[in-house]
Design a protein around this ligand. Structure first.
Ligand code: TA6
Length: 308
């Protein structure tokens, strides 16, 4: 693991970006500016907190999340790479790939003239990743913290053979009560309903509401999704969280509801009403193929505004 003192010397910006070990001795960056605050762990390059000025937190974090090097953090924005869900051929491999449970390297920390902070983190192959996925790659993740949370996942094939990968920014949004939330931007899109068997359907009208366990992969959609939360946390009343994106053709919508929430040890039984995952992805038929030397970037912007 990197030396904390060395990281602080190289990357800290006094009063803006601190680097600390959390209570579980995992290193994280704590970003505090007049525009927003955020927490980003080197473990999984995991954004666990984002709160723009004047708003309650935009990301949900489970109070029962693991914070261990071998496990994914539950909430925030888990990074899914290089496969989504269970591995097609090896069900014993970690779900959603290995990126979210690897230590990432902090590459740069910058603040621009407007006060926006940009972090860059990188992941490359090692024996552990090659044992799961026999390819050479470089992933560079850029997190931009301002009135908008910007996330950019750049994958490059540094090997000598082509590879195919899936990816997702598995974003957990914080909502007042998922049963009262309306989702727009996915109308008329085809989707795979993973409950129970992966059947293909077409989204009829919208808004989409959440009335049971929901686990859907929408295809052929580069669209912006809006989540209207009439009972948003905090004092300000209703708010809309907008997720726009580039370089992504799939969007995943997930809420575990009652039974699945109970089945997850790192998720509180009563936490499911407080979250909704809107995931920016390239999965299934939208998996990405890269020849040697080629790169691909997937980006998302997460923004909250009050509905007055
Ligand atoms: O993105 C939705 C999903 O694939 C669900 O099927 C559920 O498994 C969720 O991801 C969480 O997966 P995780 O491995 O983080 O428990």
């Amino acid at each position: 693991m990197p030396n904390l003192t060395d990281l602080q010397r190289r990357f800290a910006i006094p009063g803006v970006v601190a680097i600390e070990n959390d209570a579980n001795h995992l290193a994280r960056l704590v970003v505090t500016t007049p525009l927003a605050e955020a927490h980003v762990y080197l473990h999984g390059a995991h954004v666990t907190h984002y709160q723009p000025a004047g708003h309650p937190p935009v990301l949900f974090m489970s109070g029962k999340s693991w914070f261990q090097e071998s496990k994914a953090i539950r909430g925030g924005v888990p990074l899914v790479f290089p496969w989504f869900g269970s591995h097609r051929d090896h069900r014993e491999f970690p779900a959603h790939g290995f990126a979210r449970t690897r230590p990432w390297t902090l590459r740069s920390v910058r603040q621009d003239a407007d006060g926006v902070v940009e972090l860059s983190l990188a992941l490359g192959p090692d024996d552990a990743t090659r044992a799961l996925w026999p390819h050479d790659f470089e992933v560079v993740y850029t997190v931009t913290i301002g009135s908008v949370l910007g996330l950019a996942l750049a994958v490059r094939n540094t090997g000598s053979t082509p590879f195919v990968f899936e990816e997702a920014l598995h974003t957990y949004l914080s909502v007042g009560d998922v049963r009262g939330v309306s989702v727009t931007g996915l109308g008329q899109r085809d989707y795979m309903d993973k409950l129970p068997s992966g059947r293909r359907l077409t989204q009829s009208g919208e808004p989409i509401t959440i009335t049971a366990e929901t686990d859907r992969v929408y295809f052929g959609t580069a669209d912006t999704v809006n989540v209207l939360d009439p009972q948003a946390p905090g004092e300000g009343g209703a708010r809309t969280i907008t997720i726009s994106k580039e370089g992504s053709l799939a969007t995943v919508v997930w809420n575990p509801w009652v039974a699945k929430a109970k089945a997850m040890p790192d998720f509180g039984d009563d936490e499911w009403p407080a979250m909704l995952c809107i995931e920016t992805a390239n999965v299934e038929e939208h998996a990405v193929t890269l020849k040697p030397g080629e790169s691909h970037v997937m980006q998302a912007q997460v923004q909250a505004q009050r509905d007055h």
